[in-house]
Design a protein around this ligand. Structure first.
Ligand code: DX5
Ligand code: ZN
Length: 221
């Protein structure tokens, strides 16, 4: 596994065939499974919860599952996702009443923790919790829907987050989510990201293999 991780977002998968879809992207070379949880409250859309995560584990998915919580409140669903076999659990800091506590809850369940930043959310939420964070997830679209256009301003923010992470000395992944394609992935990596969520660019392609290969080729240049 290279240090660049490709994380297909199941939001763009065929939910009626979810297990097979996840198998297919993993067979095509994906590293981790990005699992978008939307509650029709924090974001204007509704997706899936811990039962579906658990079902993927029961079905046989062993790859890391990267649970992106777009829910409010945050804490009461964390335990269910730990129990359901999540690997990473990330949440939006403005959706949590007690950010430090939410991060601790995630790690105390043996999962990796992370904070997610919307395009307009400042990075200063990281100031006092860098030692409790395994992943910083920068949204490059406003959350709620797949298939949106990458917001170019995010590139500056990726570089800022990379500086913060490097100066912290902690091993923290920097993930980018929204509008990632083989056309912009190199620029996103050059700005400092190491983990790339892609929904429509992978699940919308005729060949998942070709879509992931095209991204890897760009990352290798
Ligand atoms: C948006 C989700 C994303 C979404 C990305 O709220 O968090 O993970 O699935 O989809 P694309 O790659 O199509 O922008
Ligand atoms: Zn996401």
């Amino acid at each position: 596994m290279s240090d660049f991780l490709i994380a297909p977002s199941i939001l763009s998968a065929d939910f009626a065939r979810l297990g097979a879809e996840v198998d297919a992207v993993l067979a095509a070379g994906a590293d981790i499974v990005h699992f978008d949880v939307m509650d029709n409250h924090y974001v204007p859309n509704l997706t899936v919860g811990p039962m579906v995560c658990k079902a993927l584990r029961k079905y046989g998915v062993t790859a890391p599952i990267d649970v992106h919580l777009m829910v409010s409140p945050v804490d009461r669903i964390i335990g269910d996702f730990i129990e359901a076999g999540a690997s990473y659990i990330t949440f939006h800091p403005e959706a949590s009443d007690h950010i430090d506590r939410s991060l601790q809850l995630i790690r105390s369940g043996g999962c990796k923790s992370g904070l997610v930043f919307n395009p307009a959310t400042p990075l200063h939420y990281l100031d006092y919790v860098l030692d409790k964070v395994d992943m910083v997830l920068l949204m490059s679209v406003n959350p709620g829907f797949g298939g949106q256009q990458f917001i170019a301003k995010t590139l500056d923010k990726i570089a800022q987050a990379r500086d913060i992470i490097d100066s912290s000395g902690f091993a923290i992944r920097l993930e980018v989510d929204g509008g990632v394609t083989s056309k912009n992935i190199r620029q996103i990596a050059q700005a400092g990201a190491d983990t790339f969520v892609a929904g429509s660019a992978i699940f919308g392609a005729d060949s998942y293999q070709q879509a992931i290969d095209a991204m890897r080729q760009e990352l290798a240049l």
